[in-house]
Design a binder for this molecule. Structure first.
Ligand SMILES: Cc1ncc(C[n+]2csc(CCOP(=O)(O)OP(=O)(O)O)c2C)c(N)n1
Ligand SMILES: [Mg+2]
Length: 222
């Protein structure tokens, strides 16, 4: 299964199972964020453009500060390896509303498939050892296996992690995330603080206005 196909299946389960306002989604940098964007943008998606290794820290902070909202982090193996200390903090703090999805292609797929050490390091086992009460690792699942594991993840005691081994490969010519970093932050904050009640609402209607600030066009960041 390709990473994009896995993201597509997971996203359709999230949309089917979780009613509005839906979970806050935190997307790590690189193609993972772009592929989630391609499956449907929404103000409740926080795309971490450019900075690698931070999705789980951002998700943890959100989960702790918004305990009544579900937070789902989409991570890559390279991202998680870069910010691995956060696994221990998550294990220590036990946020009950934090769910962590790791798309493991054992490579920095966004930048040319340079190998990561995920070949020899089982990140799901590390999450379990760090104190996640529920972790599952899927090796090249079928669509149905992935859908079923995603439903389990959403019901599992949190913090919970689902690691999926996916094939290497990017979708050719996939669009960049079009909202600017500032637009992403402002509209996301509105959802997270309850100022806007629909995490999945029409992104256009939730795009803030920035007096005196011109749009730079799509972000250059990976
Ligand atoms: C600090 C930092 N180092 C390197 C990069 C370049 N970079 C962007 S995405 C990426 C790979 C991310 O790997 P992974 O999390 O495994 O996701 P994948 O692309 O494999 O889906 C790299 C190295 C960056 N943006 N920031
Ligand atoms: Mg990877």
């Amino acid at each position: 299964m390709r990473r994009y196909d896995a993201i597509h299946e997971i996203r359709s389960v999230l949309d089917e199972v979780l009613d509005e306002p839906g979970p806050l989604l935190v997307l790590c940098n690189g193609m993972i964020g772009r592929e989630v964007f391609a499956t449907g943008d929404r103000p409740g998606n926080f795309y971490m453009l450019g900075s690698m290794g931070l999705a789980l820290s951002i998700g943890l902070g959100l989960a702790l500060s918004r305990p009544n909202q579900e937070v789902v982090v989409f991570d890559g193996d390279g991202n998680l390896l870069m910010g691995m200390g956060t696994l221990a903090t998550v294990g220590a703090l036990q946020p009950r509303n934090l769910r962590h999805i790791v798309l493991d292609n054992q490579a920095h797929g966004s930048t040319g498939n340079q190998r990561t050490v995920a070949e020899t390091v089982d990140l799901a086992a590390i999450a379990r050892a760090a104190g996640y009460p529920w972790t599952t690792r899927l090796e090249g699942p079928t669509s149905e296996q992935l859908r079923s594991a995603t439903r389990e993840l959403l019901l599992a005691p949190a913090p919970a992690a689902l690691l999926i081994r996916v094939e290497k490969g990017n979708i050719p010519d996939i669009a960049r995330v079009t909202p600017t970093p500032r637009e992403i932050a402002v509209r996301f904050r509105k959802v997270a603080t309850g100022e806007c009640s629909r995490a999945g609402g029409d992104p256009a209607r939730n795009t803030p206005e920035f007096p005196g600030e011109s749009r730079q066009g799509p972000s250059r960041f990976t």
